[in-house]
Ligand binder design. Sequence first.
Ligand SMILES: [Zn+2]
Length: 197
Amino acid sequence: MTGTTHEIAPRSGAGFTLNAGQTLTVIDPKGVQVADLLAYNAADVGEVLSSGRTLDYAETIRLTTGHKLYSNRSNVMLEIVEDTVGRHDFLLTPCSYATFDHFYPDLPRHRGCFGNLAEALAPWGVTEDMIPVAFNCFMNVPVDGATGRLEVLPPVSRAGDRIVLRAAMDLVIGLTACSAPASNGGSFKPIHYRVEG
Ligand SMILES: [Zn+2]
């Protein structure tokens, strides 16, 4: 069954529910665009996606098809079931006003993915302090193996690339079209998504 394709406008975000067993397809329709993804237990938003748990159990920072994304309570929230890119980030926090002050002091400030997620998730009782590291679909953050230095490079995703995640519990999802210049190759594109199943 093919679900409706929704568009997230450039530099904005969306909140929606994803039930256990349903799949979420996140599509980069134009290429070279990041989408920050957050997930909360729909029955208790104190349970949230955890970078630390996930990377610990996966034993890699290169998450792709077959890997599971865990909560702060070590429960599986999502499983990656398809991935046409193979390059995502789960190290860095959503971009925010503070990010812009730090990296782009000469550009107009933007509330970024953080502000967009906070607004999109507020109807479910999620507050700013409940927003952790997001799973950053298509974000390209290589780590130098010798020095540990991080870089933020343009995504390698091309138009139509996608990642598909299946929910292991009833979830509230926050999803953005990222607002940070370096993360998106210097221009801001929309993100598409579908809920199916
Ligand atoms: Zn962002």
